[in-house]
Design a protein around this ligand. Structure first.
Ligand SMILES: [Zn+2]
Length: 348
């Protein structure tokens, strides 16, 4: 029987994402810049998840981008391809800036705090889910694909696992992460070698935390995982078509965290079930938690500020809503309607 978990305290999220509140205009500008590049790409004719032909009726429009829900697997698709040009424009500019910002502010203490508050719970969930399946997590080898600055690798090590490595395209992040962790557990791979990196891995557990939605050809990656006999488990975290997507339609002038930029498509419970079945997996564990209630809080807070609400009222909103954020979110999570899901798949 598969393990199901719901909810997660939002306090770490509120602390870590203050820039989304304080620098709304900057993020909004970037979101629109990326949308302008995205609409210039060739049309996506087939669903990014199941590869069936997309219908022709637009379900949602924002920033000039049309989105279509796949009739077959319910995956939400932007109607343009994320081409290499698009990925380059996106990751070099936006993330370059963000990485630089991370680099400046981060010291070992803040790196460790981020690891413990955000990533350790994800690592622990993987650990206990493997254990519940009568496995000894320490006997397995792990590869974190798209490891970024190595936070998840650091968290797996903190959870007590030893045979852990990460691979990442950005050399800058690899150097930074290795320096923070204090050993060379991260290495670089060329973006063109995405499939090869998976093909040649000897790990039994592949993790992709916030990565699958960004790879250009997720179906090819899943195919490589399926074909590599070393790999037995796949652990992913992906963004979903959740309440936040609707909130974003309400506030066009507030930065959209969920459906924008590199998120040109979003998973749903049904599209994940389809993925699992098509590529020969079984869902071993799932953990639904989201930032929908934090988004709701932020959309109102930013709007109050933009509409010159008094400081007294702005403070009242914070005082009234922050204490109920987790309670609001948990009901969303329990319906599998949250903005993020962690899933552990087992090959069958
Ligand atoms: Zn589909």
């Amino acid at each position: 029987m598969s393990i199901k978990r719901y909810g997660k305290s939002s306090s770490a999220l509120l602390n870590q994402k203050t820039s989304f509140f304080a620098e709304n205009e900057k993020h909004l500008k970037n979101q629109r810049r990326i949308a302008e590049i995205y609409v210039k790409q060739p049309k996506r004719t087939n669903c990014k998840n199941c590869n069936k032909e997309l219908g022709t009726v637009t379900d949602l429009v924002k920033d000039g981008v049309d989105y279509i829900v796949c009739d077959y697997c319910e995956h939400l698709n932007g109607i343009y391809e994320d081409t290499s040009d698009f990925c380059n424009a996106m990751y070099t500019n936006d993330s370059g800036e963000e990485y630089a910002a991370n680099y400046q502010s981060a010291d070992v203490d803040s790196y460790n705090y981020r690891t413990s508050s955000i990533y350790l719970p994800k690592a622990n969930f993987l650990y206990t889910s493997l254990q519940s399946n009568k496995l000894k997590p320490n006997n397995l080898e792990y590869l974190d694909f798209g490891a970024g600055s190595g936070y998840f690798v650091a968290a797996l090590k903190k959870a007590g696992l030893q045979n852990v490595n990460g691979t990442e395209v950005s050399e800058h992040q690899v150097n930074f992460g290795n320096a923070m962790i204090g050993e060379n557990v991260l290495r670089t791979h060329n973006i063109e070698d995405t499939n090869k990196t998976i093909r040649e891995s000897t790990a039994q557990v592949i993790s992709m935390i916030g990565v699958l939605e960004h790879v250009q050809k997720p179906r090819e990656v899943l195919e490589e995982i399926k074909k590599n006999d070393h790999i037995k488990y796949l652990y992913i975290s992906v963004p979903t078509f959740s309440l936040s997507v609707y909130l974003e339609q309400l506030s066009p002038d507030v930065f959209h965290r969920q459906l924008h930029g590199g998120h040109t498509h979003l998973y749903t419970e049904k599209s994940l079930q389809h993925l699992s079945k098509e590529f020969g997996f079984e869902i071993m564990a799932e953990w639904w938690f989201g930032a929908d209630a934090v988004d709701l809080f932020r959309h109102v807070a930013v709007t109050l500020e933009k509409t010159n609400a008094s400081t007294k009222l702005q403070n009242k909103w914070k005082k009234d809503f922050i204490p109920i954020i987790d309670a609001v979110q948990i009901e969303i999570d329990k319906k599998h309607y949250s903005s993020e899901v962690h899933m552990l798949f087992k090959k069958i």
